[in-house]
Design a protein around this ligand. Structure first.
Ligand SMILES: Nc1nc2c(c(=O)[nH]1)N[C@H]1C(S)=C(S)[C@@H](COP(=O)(O)OP(=O)(O)OC[C@H]3O[C@@H](n4cnc5c(=O)[nH]c(N)nc54)[C@H](O)[C@@H]3O)O[C@H]1N2
Ligand SMILES: Nc1nc2c(c(=O)[nH]1)N[C@H]1C(S)=C(S)[C@@H](COP(=O)(O)OP(=O)(O)OC[C@H]3O[C@@H](n4cnc5c(=O)[nH]c(N)nc54)[C@H](O)[C@@H]3O)O[C@H]1N2
Ligand SMILES: [Mo]
Length: 675
């Protein structure tokens, strides 16, 4: 009998800049392989190493996936559950929520969610339920990028559109500042950067693979970026590379930073940042040659003064006129669906909100949860907070409270699931139709259903339709079907074909040509200009202009611990895959050879990292890709797979200067040999 073969096009919905096109090969109705789509401009036939492993590994492994609703039968955190049926699960949640609403109000129900999947319906539709309920939102961006958004909001008026990467063809210089595409955007590292005619400058305390591939790497001391920005501006101004006409027409308050620029000589910059004066000169000339692009990474602002750093880095395009023309611009995040016309407010049902909206930030999450009686229920979906939030020890303790009714929705049996009273199994991106996007490239794609949901798992949106029903909610938006939602979004995007045709295409570009953002030189700030001096900032108790600040070097006995994106894990989503576990090895910390010598540490020694929050034991690696005084350990491991030796034990939950956001890369630790 001949085999029946089928090829399905889809797109990767992970929280990654790339947004790859995917091919799913089916034989006799079963998925054989998940590969990169050869016709997709980003993936070009290959997935990154991690996705190639897990999409052919744990994501399709029935033994690893959550298959049925369950209720807790052991202690919280123990991870012992018993299968129940969907109706019982949904009804028991609805009954409990309803009585909490009556007794204490819906704001005593916490909703934590983030970017486990970025497919639009599974990402946004559940918010209709929580808006209708009136739950307290744990603001997702405070774990990731809120400081940068606030900072560039003050400067440019917004930070949700940057440059269109297609414009790199017209660029002379790309400045990658505090991003590590070799891990966090592997295809941009492999294709987009090398293929652009532009010179590449990387600013990072680590000699990342992207830094190695660059024309110039500024190996700066962490937290000194604002000072470096002023050092670069000093050279640019001295060399006549400021665009005075642009500054006069399109910015406010430039004169107010003159004295800072004047004082920031390359020699001063070298002393403060550790980058040689010669490299500061060279980088400024490369950027100043223009047109130039600035890619500000999310690692850049995960600092105690991350907001000020982002504002200072953002001065470069403003003062050199690298805005609103081909090959020029600034980028932090592209809300591509918004550019394409999709109405986010409608998708997440903002109009269903009940009364005043309540929210807390991630840096307060553990404290808030520890306050007995304040919150009575916690929902966790599209996120695994036990593995990702600061103050790990305190957070786990709070999660053990018997009076906190906890519901976890995930595809896998994560550490967070272990603490749930009710566990609901989520269908994966291979198992339902949706739309996807890249937050870098101007690409929208389909997510195509390639198999039935595993076990009894359901897409997020269907879970919340059922919950709405059981709660007796009547608003019709809570019950809209996936078909209707997709049709509506495609209409908003003005597409002249249907979803079947979209599935054939796989993806579309928004705009036939590179979009030049801000070509009208209008900025959504109060003055309509780029606000170098900001009254809004002053009103928020922030400096009126970006300051040339730099963090003090670490105390002699301590190291600054950076925990950025790993090439093997997607946040904490892939940490349970056997192939990933094998390749990424045991939890380790990378130290500079001088630090290894200073603390008498040899390669592969077991070391103890500690601070007032706690301690962890890791294997030491020695490599001069870090700087003296800087330790590196990649994020995203599951605590339970590493005997609780988790980085976020050491992360104290201190807020950055803006947006109540994470300052995780400002963590200081002591080190000693273990045992
Ligand atoms: N030390 C340190 N900690 C950090 C960071 C750091 O740099 N250093 N970075 C922070 C950053 S930037 C972020 S964004 C956070 C991310 O932290 P998390 O939000 O915890 O990370 P994700 O891997 O995105 O978690 C997503 C979870 O969603 C699940 N999931 C996937 N698809 C679906 C679905 O369709 N439905 C449901 N219900 N679940 C699904 C996955 O299985 C996974 O368990 O971590 C933060 N934590
Ligand atoms: N493979 C993989 N890809 C991912 C993720 C993942 O976990 N794994 N996570 C996704 C998510 S949620 C996010 S938010 C993005 C994050 O991806 P990026 O935007 O690349 O941010 P990070 O990985 O946090 O950090 C990037 C770089 O910032 C550097 N950095 C740290 N401190 C400083 C500093 O003081 N100054 C400067 N200039 N640089 C500094 C780090 O050394 C690191 O190399 O990646 C996404 N893509
Ligand atoms: Mo993130």
């Amino acid at each position: 009998m001949s085999e029946s073969k089928e090829v399905i096009r889809s797109n990767c919905p992970r929280d990654c800049y790339d947004g790859c096109g995917i091919i799913i090969n089916k034989v006799d109705g079963n998925i054989q392989q998940v590969l990169g789509d050869p016709d997709h401009p980003v993936s070009r036939g290959r997935l990154c190493s991690k996705c190639a492993l897990v999409y052919n590994g744990v994501w399709r492994d029935e033994n690893a996936r959550l298959l049925f609703p369950m209720k807790r039968v052991g202690a919280k955190g123990e991870g012992k559950f018993e299968r129940i049926d969907w109706q019982e699960a949904i009804d028991s949640i609805a009954t409990r929520l309803s009585s909490i609403v009556v007794e204490q109000g819906a704001e005593s129900i916490l909703n934590t969610h983030y970017s486990g999947t970025l497919s639009l319906i599974a990402l946004e539709f559940p918010m209709r339920f929580f808006n209708r309920l009136g739950a307290t939102d744990v603001k997702g961006d405070t774990i990731c990028n809120a400081a940068g958004h606030v900072a560039w909001g003050l400067l440019y008026g917004e930070s949700y559109v940057g440059f269109d990467p297609r414009t790199a063809a017209d660029s002379n210089c790309i400045l990658v500042w505090g991003a590590n595409p070799s891990h966090s955007a592997p295809h941009a590292h492999k294709h987009w950067l090398p293929e652009s005619p532009a010179k590449v400058v990387v600013i990072d305390p680590l000699r990342t693979e992207t830094a190695k591939q660059a024309d110039l790497h500024l190996h700066l001391r962490p937290g000194t970026d604002a000072a470096l920005a002023y050092g670069l501006l000093h050279v640019l101004k001295r060399e006549g590379l400021f665009d005075q006409a642009f500054i006069e027409a399109n910015t406010t308050g430039a004169a107010e930073i003159d004295s800072f620029i004047e004082a920031a000589t390359p020699q001063w910059g070298e002393e403060i940042t550790g980058v040689s004066a010669a490299h500061i000169e060279q980088a400024a000339l490369m950027y100043g040659a223009g047109p130039s692009l600035l890619w500000a990474g999310q690692g850049l602002q995960r600092q105690s003064t991350g907001g000020n750093i982002m504002r200072a880095a953002g001065l470069l395009p403003a003062l050199t006129g690298n805005v609103g023309k081909p090959g020029a611009g600034f980028y932090y995040l592209n809300m591509t669906p918004g550019v394409a016309g999709i109405d986010f407010e409608a998708l997440e049902g903002s109009s269903l909100a009940q009364g005043e909206a309540h929210s807390i930030g991630h840096m307060d999450f553990a404290d808030e949860l520890s306050e007995v009686g304040k919150y009575r229920a916690l929902f966790s979906w599209n996120t695994n907070p036990v593995a990702s939030v600061p103050n790990y020890k305190q957070f786990c303790k709070a999660m053990q409270r018997e009076d906190l009714f906890t519901v976890a929705i995930d595809c896998f049996h994560t550490d967070t699931v272990d603490y749930a009273d009710i566990v609901l199994p989520a269908a994966s991106f291979l198992e339902f139709d949706d739309l996807t996007f890249s937050y870098f490239h101007m690409l929208m794609g389909v997510q195509a259903k390639a198999q039935e949901p595993m076990g009894e798992s359901l897409p997020n949106q269907e879970i919340f339709r059922r919950l709405s029903m059981s709660m007796g909610f009547e608003e019709k938006e809570l019950y809209e079907s996936d078909e209707t939602l997709i049709t509506t979004m495609m209409q908003q995007m003005n597409l002249d074909f249907d979803f079947d045709e979209f599935k054939n295409k796989g993806h579309i570009y928004v705009g036939d040509e590179a979009i030049i953002f801000y070509d009208d030189l209008k900025f959504p700030t109060p003055s309509g200009k780029i606000e170098i001096a900001s009254v809004q900032a002053e009103e928020q108790g922030l400096p009126r202009v970006p300051q040339p600040w730099a963090d003090e070097p670490s105390e002699p006995g301590t190291l600054r611990l950076l925990t950025p994106a790993s090439n093997w894990r997607m946040n904490d989503s892939y940490a349970n895959d056997p192939g990933i576990i094998k390749r990424s090895g045991p939890a380790s910390v990378t130290l500079h050879p001088d630090d290894a010598k200073r603390f008498n540490i040899l390669e592969n020694d077991k070391v103890r990292l500690f601070n007032e929050s706690g301690e962890v034991e890791l294997v030491a690696h020695i490599d001069d890709m870090t700087l003296k005084g800087v330790a590196l350990s990649y994020k995203g491991r599951w605590p339970k797979l590493d005997a609780d030796n988790h980085m976020n034990v050491l992360h104290k939950a201190e807020k950055s200067d803006m947006g109540e956001s994470s300052s995780v890369h400002s963590t200081e630790v002591f080190i000693s040999l273990a045992g």
